[in-house]
Design a protein around this ligand. Structure first.
Ligand code: HEM
Length: 483
């Protein structure tokens, strides 16, 4: 179970810049238009009653109640995730979770996964920096993380990434301050949001997109895979374009009804916004609802916070079943396309969700797999972006937790993990090693391992094969079945 500890609030999204040339999404086409929203913040792997200032990534999930149905952005306060292969997602979660035999937090598992998955160390660097202990929910930026597609009225599309930048600025606790706050007020983040809104203040983020033309989405030209959720798009190449503001101004009335039973899904899309060929995103589009059908029930959309109450014609796709109490399609056909006129939308023949094209999947040719360039962006973050103070804190935090390993494999895990850091930047690795207590190996062993740490647990079949790569445009010959 993930993201159980969290809280949220209602508000609105307002379009501030015209992006109608990029997307036909109805709620984004008119400057000044306001759409109601609900936003839930969370820690990822810590329990519901666990102190919410503890070291962890933060969930940042937005539900837009649009007139075309609900649209969810289910993001994080990190712009990247720990893995790119969707089937590895549950492993990432379990490695940061409690050990099943004794239910104790398991630092061996956490570092073991980072040690063996080269691409996880971009998010790993953020995790152990003070980014892992932000001051409450409101001093966080929110990121969509994945690459999405915006499609305009002419059927033309661009790839995009979302950024929600905290208007109140970002703030972080040091490890010591966060640990102290966990004891003083285990509900710090939840309380801060609640009290800010109760005091009549608004909490706000400015929304930006980065835009990439499909013909530019070629990893060989870019030097990174634009569909890899462990990578960012450099802002110098893909500038941030403002398009709106996200404002929270109303607290929930009932925690269980409005917050606990909120259900977000990356598959909850509206026309004009589509997925990209990112396999982890495509996987998420399906399984969130499965988790929620188990957690809440099949008619979860009838819970007020999940109900698409703004939709011009609200006809649920869950025909019949338990808890069903609404008009059951109200006499409309329960399938599309059909030959009947829709009772509420007589003017449209379009299916509720029509895809722009049929390129929605990719072969498992991860462009960075097994290459040293997997570390390039983490190196950029370490060497160019982080201040000397931020680096010093990161070294201290990392060494503190790396020193907590207890299993008989501890030294091996520590060495392999430091080999990953060495490939990011030798001084990063050396800095952690110097602060590590106790030291059960010499640094020379780390240097040796680093030579091929990029190949740890790489399956040959996933290494990019000759000439095969995913680019943003449909190849003239199509893919496989598509020829
Ligand atoms: C394959 C990798 C992943 C797995 C297996 C996974 C799994 C899950 C599951 C099972 C839930 C609970 C769904 C529910 O009951 O409502 C969840 C919630 C969530 N996930 Fe993921 N997740 C993955 C990757 C990601 C990524 C990449 C992001 C961000 C871009 C993300 C952001 C979130 C957020 C924000 C929530 C909580 C939403 C809320 O507040 O209710 N997850 N995830």
């Amino acid at each position: 179970m993930v993201h159980p500890c969290g809280s949220g609030a209602f508000g609105y999204f307002e379009v501030t810049k015209d992006v109608s040339n990029l997307t036909k999404a109805d709620f984004l086409t008119t400057v000044g238009e306001k759409t109601p929203v609900f936003v839930r913040f969370s820690t990822v792997t810590l329990g519901r009653e666990f102190p919410d200032e503890a070291r962890n990534p933060r969930g940042f999930a937005i539900k837009f109640y649009t007139q075309e149905g609900n649209y969810d952005i289910v993001g994080l306060n990190f712009p990247v995730f720990f893995c790119r292969d969707p089937i590895q997602g549950p492993d990432v979660i379990r490695s940061q979770y409690r050990a099943p035999n004794n239910f104790l937090f398991d630092w061996d598992a956490c570092f073991d996964l980072l040690a063996n998955v080269p691409e996880s160390n971009h998010a790993g660097l953020m995790f152990f920096s003070d980014h892992g202990t932000p001051v409450g929910w409101k001093h966080n930026n929110g990121y969509g993380c994945h690459t999405f597609k915006w499609v305009n009225g002419n059927g033309e599309f661009v790839y995009i990434k979302y950024h929600f930048m905290a208007k109140h600025g970002t703030k972080q606790f040091t490890d010591e301050e966060a640990v102290k706050m966990c004891g003083e007020d285990p509900d710090y983040s939840k309380r801060e949001l609640w009290e800010t809104i109760e005091a009549g203040q608004e909490v706000e983020w400015t929304a930006y997109v980065q835009v990439m033309k499909p013909e530019d989405a070629d990893p060989d030209k870019l030097g990174f895979d634009p569909f890899d959720v462990t990578k960012v798009w450099p802002r110098s190449q893909f500038p941030m374009q403002e398009f709106g503001r996200l404002v929270l101004n109303k607290n929930p009335e009932d925690f269980v009804r409005d917050v606990e039973q909120a259900a977000f899904s990356p598959g909850s899309l509206v026309p004009g916004i589509e997925d990209s060929p990112d396999p982890l995103l495509q996987f998420r589009m399906f399984f969130y609802r499965d988790a929620q059908y188990h957690r809440i029930g099949v008619n979860l959309h009838q819970i007020p916070v999940n109900c698409p109450f703004m939709a011009k014609s609200y006809a649920s796709l869950n025909f019949d079943g338990p808890m069903r109490a609404d008009a059951n399609h109200a006499g409309n056909r329960q399938y599309v396309p059909n030959s009947f006129q829709h009772k509420f939308r007589p003017d449209t023949a379009e299916a509720p969700y029509a895809l722009n094209d049929n390129v929605v999947s990719r072969k498992s040719h991860f462009w960075h797999e097994g290459k040293k360039n997997d570390y390039d962006q983490a190196r950029e973050l370490w060497q160019r972006v982080m201040s000397p103070q931020e680096k010093a804190n990161t070294l201290k935090n990392t060494a503190k937790y790396l020193g907590k390993l207890r299993t008989d494999r501890a030294a091996e895990i520590q060495k392999k993990y430091l080999a990953q850091l060495y490939n990011i930047s030798p001084d990063y690795s050396q800095g952690v090693y110097e602060l590590l207590e106790p030291k059960n190996f010499v640094f020379g062993e780390v240097e040796k391992l680093a030579a091929d740490a990029q190949l740890y647990y790489r399956e040959k079949k996933f290494l990019p094969s000759n000439g095969e790569k995913l680019v943003g445009k449909v190849p003239p010959a199509g893919f496989g079945y598509n020829v």
